[in-house]
Design a protein around this ligand. Structure first.
Ligand SMILES: Cc1cc2nc3c(=O)[nH]c(=O)nc-3n(C[C@H](O)[C@H](O)[C@H](O)COP(=O)(O)OP(=O)(O)OC[C@H]3O[C@@H](n4cnc5c(N)ncnc54)[C@H](O)[C@@H]3O)c2cc1C
Length: 411
């Protein structure tokens, strides 16, 4: 196989690094390792590499990470750059907050804000990885466990196969079984919030949405919110409705019950109602996170992305954190060429404060979006009001978006 990104190395004697999980984080670390000539085997339990049909928002920090992965141009070709970021009160119809979005963030952070279909993001990474000789991508390969002895790790698969490797990276998401072995801290924390999602072709979007069609809009209501924005160069329209529910199902791709959804969105403004009425089939998932931890490596095994620090989606930053992890981990491995254990110690030490801030801030944002009663009135007052022209409307997000604000390798 030809490789544009291949570095000249002698790989005859290397043992690979095994990556459990071929999601966004797993592919990102495989690519970063390949840049420094490290071989990896990516084991994905699904029958095909791919992602579910929903949108992902990409803050400026994520675009810098795309640069490091050499995939920014391809991502920008398929992404959508929204006009404004708007928060509406879904009961009164009041516009609470409006900030310029998309390329308007570039003067402040050097990179824009964009939204992308998860499947498109994943496909760009997959395509980039599949062109690299150093990466062995395997499907239908479920990792069930591992054992570590001396300077190697033996990874077990559900099909009975065993792979001996130099190290193991658990990029196996929220329900990571590698995390159970390393940290043994039980199941993820169920937030009591549930997300319903649907994607419409743009020409099927109800006329009531016309004035907001180019924006990212969040309609906040009592114990619920709904977000919509365009995807895939603007050809699709992404809708995510979130509400409080005690239901618990594992997985990202379950069918939702539209009646349950409508009951939670009673009394909402016409545009929100029109969107809900338009869609018959919803997919749902239960929102979970975990309390932040300081360490997530043990010996030659470590975690990455949601396996290490799963977050609620309210800050729209989880995928960005998984990709930043990949850049940081690859750098730590390069700085500790002959000592993977030291590299795996250094990596969470560099990452845990930033990822913990994402996890904890996301919880606060959830409360803010779903505020009811006096809290809702107060939210609308605090967030409203005129902003000084020329000032950075996203100054409060500088800790996340700014270059050198704690990201690895000066990104
Ligand atoms: C509703 C919602 C909205 C979101 N919106 C945003 C957003 O706007 N912006 C953003 O940045 N982030 C967002 N996120 C977060 C983002 O989706 C995650 O942080 C990101 O997908 C994490 O990537 P990952 O690779 O760590 O895990 P995953 O994407 O979960 O990938 C894990 C992979 O591992 C595989 N796997 C699992 N177990 C095994 C096993 N035993 N063996 C082999 N393979 C295995 C899985 O099949 C999967 O392919 C959102 C999340 C949710 C729930």
């Amino acid at each position: 196989m030809g490789s544009r990104d291949k570095k000249e190395i002698d790989m005859s004697e290397d043992r690979p690094i095994v990556i459990s999980g071929g999601g966004i984080g797993g592919l990102a670390i495989a690519r970063m390792l390949a840049f420094s000539g490290r071989r990896s085997v990516v084991l994905e339990k699904a029958e095909e590499f791919g992602e579910i049909g929903a949108g992902i928002q990409l803050g400026p920090n994520t675009h810098r990470a795309f640069d490091a992965l050499k995939v920014k141009e391809a991502m920008h070709q398929i992404a959508w750059f929204p006009r404004d970021m708007i928060m509406m009160d879904s009961i009164t119809g009041e516009e609470i907050l409006r900030m310029p979005s998309g390329r308007s963030l570039t003067p402040f952070f050097g990179e824009p804000y964009a939204v992308i279909h998860r499947a498109d993001l994943h496909a760009v990474l997959f395509d980039a990885c599949s062109k690299m000789d150093e990466i062995d991508l395997r499907t239908s390969s479920e990792v069930t466990g591992y054992s570590e002895s001396g300077d190697s790790v033996c990874v077990s698969l559900s099909n009975g196969e065993e792979i001996e490797c130099e190290a193991l990276i658990g990029a196996d998401g929220l329900w990571s079984n590698i995390r159970s072995s390393i940290l043994g801290d039980g199941d993820p924390v169920v937030s009591g919030h549930i997300a319903y999602r649907a994607v419409l072709p743009i020409d099927q979007v109800p006329a009531e949405l016309g004035q907001w069609i180019d924006d990212v809009v969040l309609w906040g209501g009592p114990r619920n919110h709904l977000v919509h924005y365009r995807l895939r160069r603007g050809e699709l329209f992404n809708i995510v409705a979130v509400f409080h529910s005690s239901r618990y199902v594992e997985g990202w791709d379950e069918y939702g019950d539209p009646d349950e959804l409508y009951a939670h969105f009673e009394g909402v403004q016409a545009p929100v109602k029109a969107l809900l009425d338009k869609i018959n089939v919803w997919k749902m998932w239960v929102l979970c996170d975990r309390v932040p931890v300081r360490e997530w490596s043990r010996g030659r095994v470590t975690l990455l992305g949601d396996a290490a620090h799963p977050t609620l989606q309210y800050l729209a930053a989880g995928a960005g954190m998984a990709i930043e992890d990949a850049i940081c981990l690859a750098k730590c491995i390069e700085n500790n060429q002959d000592n993977i254990v030291e590299a795996f110690k250094a990596y969470p030490a560099e990452r845990y404060i930033r990822t913990a801030r994402v996890q904890l801030t996301a919880r606060l944002y959830g409360d803010l979006y779903h505020a009811e009663g006096v809290a809702r009135e107060l939210r609308n007052q605090l967030l409203g009001g005129k902003k000084e022209s020329g000032s950075n409307p996203y100054a409060g997000m500088a800790w996340l978006y700014q270059k050198d604000s704690g990201q690895p390798g000066g990104i």
